[in-house]
Each structure stands twice: as C-alpha cells, then as structure tokens.
Design a protein around this ligand. Structure first.
Ligand code: SF4
Ligand code: SF4
Length: 422
C-alpha cells in the first residue's frame, strides 16, 4: 500500500516499509509496484538484517591529546590510559583478515578515536604490511599529523577523516583545543586536494550558524567531501552543546544548497550525510553510512574494539558495560557477534518505537542513535531528540529529487537504473 507523503505541494506516494516511491498517477505506480514489490522487499530485508561484519573500528588507545567538551567517550575510559601493543594490534588485524577472507568480503579497518595517532608508528607499520589484505582508514583530530605523515597516507591510499568544527579559529579552538585550527590549516595544505580525505564537523550550538561558511572554507581548501554530524548527547557534558533541531535543519539545508550551487558551477562538493539520505531514497541498498538504517550498522555490519580488547556494538557504546559482546583476545568474531549484548542492539528496530512506528520516513531516517537515546532516556526505544531535523532534511532530499538535482549530489555513473515508469 502506497501512502501519500507531501513535500511542499508535491505529493509523493511511498511505501514506508520498502522505500518504494513515485510521483504521478497512482494506478500506474501501484501496477509497477506490484511487479517489483517482492524483489524490493527482499533487498530491503537484506539491507536491514544482514549480519556479516564488513568493518572494524579499532581504538588502539584510550588516550587522547585533546579534550573536546562534547566528547562521547567516558572520562574513566580515557583516564585508564591503556595502549594496545603492536603485537596486539597485529593479532586483531590478522583475525579480521581471516574472517573477511572466509566470507569473501572486501573488509575494512578504521583506526578510530579516542586518538589513534598517539600510536602512529605502530599503525603506519601495520598499514604498510597489510594494505593489500584489508582497506584501512584513520579518523583523527589531526593534531599529530606532520608533512611526512600526509605523504605516507597519500602514497598508501589510506582513507582519512579529520575533525574540524569551524572555519573560524576562535570557535574551532574552543571546541577542538587551542592551536587546532592553525594545525589543520597546515595539514590540509600538505594534503593538497587528496581525494581520500574528508572533514568531519561535529555540529553544536556553537557552530550551527557557520555551516555554509564551513562549506565555502573547505572548497577553498580543495576538499570535496565533509560529514556534518549533530553532536550526540551520549555523555551528559554534550547535552548543553546540542543545537536546536529546527535551527539545525535550516542551517544544514542552506549548506546543502550551497554545495549544490558549487557542484553545478563545476566544483563538486558533497556533504556525506545528506548524500547518504538521498541514496536512502533513490537507491536504498547502496547506503554507505549505516546510522540511518534500522537496525543501524552497530553490532550488525561493524563493531568497535576498545584498547583493552573489549568489543562494543559501535564506538558510541564504548564504556557501556551492558553492551560488551566479548573480548577480541579471548573470543572469536562470530561469538562476539552472536552475544546477547550485541543482539540487544540488532533487535532495536524502528517499528518498536512509539511515533517512529507510524512515521512514513522511518526507513530513511532509521531513528538514530540507540546509544545516544539509551544515555538520554534510559532506553533505546525512544524517539530521537533530532527527529524534527531528520524530518526536514529528508523532505529536502525529496525536494532535490523533484528538482532533478540528484546528479549534483550523487555521481550518476555509480547508479544503475533498475525500475522505471515513463
Ligand atoms: S526519529 Fe522522527 S523522523 Fe525518524 S523515524 Fe522516528 S519519527 Fe520518523
Ligand atoms: S546510530 Fe549510533 S550506534 Fe548506530 S551506528 Fe550510528 S553512531 Fe553507532
């Protein structure tokens, strides 16, 4: 059954369960839908419930050289200061390579926060040895990168995400630590337009009005991709940093429109989170980021390992003992995935949440984030603080489709037309 979903005065007909949608004559749409429903349902089931792990977030150290005020890590985890030894990191990498090979998966490992580059020498050595066996990525605050490192990263084709919260020194240094802005400016110059680099901007009430300026700044720095993530209230200290969802939606949409203008003008620039939402509408099963799928990717398509070897559904859960799925030094990847604590997160589907269960865009939004909501509401089964933001952003994605501007966000050559009605 297709349901009416209005954006401005445009009427879309949508099946919220499969994300099939169309504009125009209802009987013709329904006829096409009846023909393809079975295939699409199967595809959606696979997208939502496939449990093969394709990615590991490896946190080799508990330590950090910054102290961002909204950090999602527990202070007691950071304070214990455990570092993995080189041998420990190598044994984990080998375990995952074996798992990926067994399943015939092109898997990835991302060295993730707290701050992985505190163990830079070990990580770079691992990348050099194992770069042909697994895809590597690094997520860093960027403080420790020098010019030689950027050459190494480029030569080894490593994906890298660098945090930067503002195009203004005062705001960025307030959020990310003194000296951060100048440092990242140098780092971006050294990377000199490297295509595997993206910027991660955590959106708070302190930079929410700077998102469009951020887009302009990054374009000047020859960056093509950034992620703009609203800060999660997983830690109490982050709650006062959360931007108002309606203001956030307006500023975010302005920034998206600026990227469309830039791409139309010849310089492709994409906000990854928005591109992922658009993919969720035009090609649902090709979504790359897994927060806006329900259940999300945590404990299902990836998991995170903390410096003591404990396995958590996602980095956002690190430190929550009720969600530990085992220890990578003692348990197999399959045992960790089968653990009851991981199952708890996989069971959290949008259909079990009041309001979300009847929301027409529930399988485009996914009702993230279970860890944030667990922290703020004491249960994963509540609606997100950012609900209104998701609603507005998804409506804007439908607007972009209606205005025939998808090609300015998603590259057409990577999309394949499967079902059409002329
Ligand atoms: S969080 Fe809001 S937009 Fe998302 S599924 Fe729930 S009701 Fe819908
Ligand atoms: S929604 Fe939260 S728990 Fe799920 S993958 Fe995203 S950050 Fe991790």
């Amino acid at each position: 059954m297709l349901e009416s979903f209005k954006v401005d005065d445009i009427e879309f007909n949508l099946d919220p369960d499969t994300c099939f949608w169309g504009i125009g004559e209802y009987p013709a749409l329904e006829e096409l839908y009846n023909k393809v429903r079975e295939d699409i349902t199967r595809e959606m089931q696979n997208l939502r419930f496939n449990t093969d792990i394709i990615l590991l977030y490896l946190n080799p150290t508990d330590r950090c050289n910054a102290s961002c005020p909204y950090c999602y890590h527990f202070n007691d985890i950071k304070a214990r200061g455990i570092d993995m030894s080189y041998n420990h990191i190598e044994s984990i990498i080998n375990k995952f390579i074996e798992y990926y090979d067994d399943k015939n998966i092109d898997g990835s490992v991302i060295f993730h926060g707290v701050e992985p580059l505190l163990l830079k020498d070990d990580i770079f050595k691992i990348i050099e040895i194992y770069k042909n066996d697994v895809f590597f990525g690094i997520q860093t605050n960027g403080f420790l990168l020098n010019e030689e490192d950027t050459t190494f990263i480029k030569e080894n084709d490593v994906k890298i995400g660098i945090s930067l919260d503002s195009p203004y020194e005062k705001t960025d240094d307030f959020l990310r630590g003194k000296g951060h802005f100048k440092k990242i400016n140098n780092v971006l110059d050294w990377f000199n337009g490297y295509k595997q680099l993206n910027i991660n901007t955590t959106v708070t009430k302190h930079n929410v009005h700077q998102l469009s300026s951020m887009v302009n700044f990054l374009i000047e720095k020859e960056i093509h991709l950034c992620l703009m993530n609203p800060v999660r209230g997983t830690q109490k200290s982050a709650l006062s940093f959360r931007p108002d969802p309606i203001i956030l939606a307006k500023e975010y949409i302005d920034a998206v429109n600026l990227t469309l203008k830039s791409t139309k003008g010849g310089y492709r620039f994409v906000i990854g989170d928005f591109a992922n939402i658009l993919l969720g509408i035009v090609a649902p099963s090709s979504r790359v980021m897994l927060c806006d799928i329900s259940p999300c990717g945590a404990a299902r398509r990836f998991f995170a390992i903390a410096a003591d070897g404990s396995a958590y559904p996602c980095s956002e859960f690190i430190g929550k003992e009720d969600f530990v799925g085992g220890n990578i030094y003692q348990n197999s990847i399959n045992d960790i995935c089968r653990s009851q604590n991981f199952e708890k997160v996989r069971e959290r589907v949008v259909e079990k949440i009041d309001d979300c269960d009847t929301c027409l865009i529930r399988n485009i939004c996914g009702a993230p984030c279970p860890s944030e909501i667990h922290s703020t509401d004491g249960s994963m089964y509540k609606k997100s603080f950012y609900c209104d933001f998701y609603k507005e952003l998804i409506k804007h994605a439908f607007r972009v489709i209606y205005q025939d501007e998808v090609r300015y966000v998603l590259k057409q050559d990577v999309l394949k037309e499967m079902y059409y009605l002329r």
